[in-house]
Design a protein around this ligand. Structure first.
Ligand code: PFF
Length: 443
């Protein structure tokens, strides 16, 4: 059990705030044309993300085990179809896929700690920042080295048990990360790209919206809030019974959204001020941020600190990605935490090699359409598996659990609460996901 409601907020925020906010949100906003994407993303967080996060915490706290065993216990207890347990299994699979590439990108952040510290970017131009990154990507050995280092750190932490490490990491690093984002934001405001960056993020153009934009925005909402694969359900299993789910979840979602928007506002002005491309893809953050710090006094110091904090944010997310599988194996087979952690780590590491090679020796190999291995794993996990898992979780949380359970979990017994819950979590959220899927297939 978390020792308090606040510890759960810290842990869940640690899971939510990660590469998804600082690396992914800006680059997919760039690839999807900006404003329209941001607005749809915010709508998805509010109407789909928050209810589903509440459902995950509620189900986790009701079952008090790993997601797979929680689902097993709840379907037995309430006489529901065992098919619901698929939610747990799909989450474990999605976790492997996500962890495999997450560790690769987090490895890039580790490498950039070193680069910033060495002053590689002091006074650098956009072209230098771009070529430094491209040279790095073209060398599979260096990528594997940093991927391995990050994986070893992750496995080491999860093998030792997460609670102590998590608490101190998040209590200190999260506020610091905020401060550094504000420093970057302050710098971005002074560049002459600020207005353009602002407009890019907040000017809405209908013509930019397609089924694809909406699907990617929704996938991002799931990814950034760690939803749809049981990570929050697994953490929810340790939440004290008297904590309020509604307020706790709202705090986590707001915090997560603030970090993403701040990252975007820090990055896009620098893109425009330096004549860079907003849609350049996964390298966006690794080019713009070093560039910005390179122009500032004490930039090497702040830049080092920044990538250090990004790496911490990534590690507190990475450990939550593996928690559903880890908790299941430990609980069911009474296996040693350390051994399980190493096994999971090795499997994800091998899968991750596919992502490493997608940026160099396999860059021209396409798994389907024009998707590289990385694109494919990322697309399927984020845009298909997480939303699908989330939709099922919402349906289960609204319709398969008895009214008494919902009432006591949400802390209010009045009839109207149950009605609101059924409408929001049982209809709006799952219907939203369904409509987006259908729209993408048609459109
Ligand atoms: N929410 C994390 C991020 O934004 O970086 C990524 C993530 C963590 C996704 C945990 C899924 C998950 F279960």
């Amino acid at each position: 059990m978390w020792s308090s409601r606040w510890l759960f907020v810290l842990a869940a925020a640690g899971s939510a705030v990660g590469l998804g906010n600082i690396w992914k949100f800006p680059y997919i906003t760039g690839e999807n044309g900006g404003g329209a994407f941001v607005l749809i993303y915010l709508i998805c967080v509010a109407f789909v993300g928050i209810p589903i996060m509440m459902a995950e915490v509620m189900i986790g706290r009701e079952g008090r085990q790993s997601p797979i065993n929680t689902m097993r216990a709840l379907v037995q207890q309430h006489h529901r179809s065992p098919a619901w347990v698929l939610i747990g299994w799909m989450g474990v699979l999605a976790g492997f896929l996500i962890l495999s590439y997450y560790t690769v990108i987090a490895g890039w952040a580790l490498y950039y700690i070193l680069q910033m510290a060495q002053g590689t970017f002091d006074g650098a131009t956009g072209a230098v920042a771009e070529s430094t990154f491209n040279d790095f990507l073209s060398d599979p050995w260096r990528l594997v080295f940093w991927q391995t280092l990050f994986m070893v750190m992750t496995v080491w932490i999860i093998a030792r048990g997460v609670i102590k490490g998590l608490e101190s990491a998040i209590r200190w690093f999260m506020p610091l990360l905020f401060v550094l984002l504000i420093v970057l934001l302050g710098y971005a405001v002074t560049t002459d790209g600020f207005q353009q960056g602002w407009d890019f993020m907040f000017a809405f153009h209908w013509e930019d919206v397609s089924g694809q934009t909406v699907l990617v925005a929704m996938g991002q909402a799931f990814f950034t809030l760690s939803l749809g694969m049981g990570a929050i359900m697994a953490y929810g299993a340790y939440v004290p019974s008297n904590a309020s789910i509604t307020s706790t979840v709202s705090i986590i979602a707001i915090l997560d959204t603030l970090v993403a928007v701040a990252a975007g506002l820090a990055i896009f002005p620098i893109v425009f001020a330096n004549g860079l491309e907003p849609g350049q893809g996964p390298g966006l953050m690794f080019v713009t941020i070093p560039l910005a710090f390179g122009q500032m006094p004490l930039g090497a110091l702040f830049g080092t600190l920044f990538f250090l904090l990004v790496s911490f944010a990534a590690i507190t997310s990475a450990i939550s990605i593996s928690e559903p599988a880890l908790a299941y194996l430990v609980e069911t087979y009474n296996a040693k935490r350390g051994r399980v952690a190493i096994t999971l780590g090795v499997i994800s590491w091998v899968l991750g090699l596919g992502t490493v090679f997608s940026f160099n020796i396999w860059a021209d190999r396409h798994v389907v359409g024009d998707l590289t291995f990385f694109d494919f794993v990322d697309y399927v996990s984020q845009n298909v598996m997480l939303p699908l898992g989330g939709m099922l979780i919402a349906l289960f949380g609204a319709w398969a659990l008895p009214k008494t359970v919902i009432g006591s979990q949400l802390g209010l017994q009045e009839g109207w609460v149950n009605v609101v819950w059924k409408v929001v979590c049982g209809v709006i959220a799952p219907l939203g996901v369904l409509v987006v899927f259908v729209a993408t297939v048609i459109g």
